[in-house]
Design a binder for this molecule. Sequence first.
Ligand SMILES: [Zn+2]
Length: 256
Amino acid sequence: MNFGVLLSLAVIVTLIFSITAFLYVQGQPKEEIRRMEPVMDVKNLKDMRIELERVRKVMWIGPHADDEVYVAGLLHYASLKGKDCIIVAYRAGGERRKLNLMSAELLGCNYTYLSSYPGRSVKEKIRSLLTSESPDLILTFHPETGFRMSEAHAKVGELVTGVISSGNYSIKLFYILNKDPTLEKLLGGADRSKQTHYLDLNLIVGNESLFEVKIADICVYSKAIPAAKAICEDAGGMQDRMLRYEFYEEYTPSDS
Ligand SMILES: [Zn+2]
């Protein structure tokens, strides 16, 4: 075999290798951040995506059967990463349950109701829930400010924190914080506590950003809830002014 033939073979092999590598890279799922305004400085905060890495089951606990919209970005991201994802509300009637199913399907989660778990008090029901579902990461409301100064939200945050801090659980606990001036104006309140973590909703997973999925989830409830309708219909260009982040505060026992 002369040198010319060898060289040609080498060129062909290199080409085949390059094309294969190119096709492999093209075939990989894309996870990129497509930056849109408004942007915030998050460099001193931790990325929730890293917290999720070793987690198997993520659970949201809120009192109302629509509160999961506040953490829709994280729930959807978790389910796309193959995590079990469970949404817990206290209870819901027939029509609302249909919307809950639509929301759960959109986010890739299951929906369940605390009222159906055994226990004489809400605290006992939360314990039953944790025993039966064994989540390793829980998201709930801040026990003082409850996202929009909602007493019902804050109460659930307080009860969940009480159960976890007094029990022998290895569960990470995070509070969703409202730091968005647009949502504060719309909902009539925000959280004062300081965020430790963020999730960037500009993240593109598949063909959509997490922000687009969150808006779609809010739209599920737009017929039932005026604030959801306002956001879904982009009243006054609200969507452009909303922060494209979810902010979380990690609960550490020394806080209490
Ligand atoms: Zn609520």
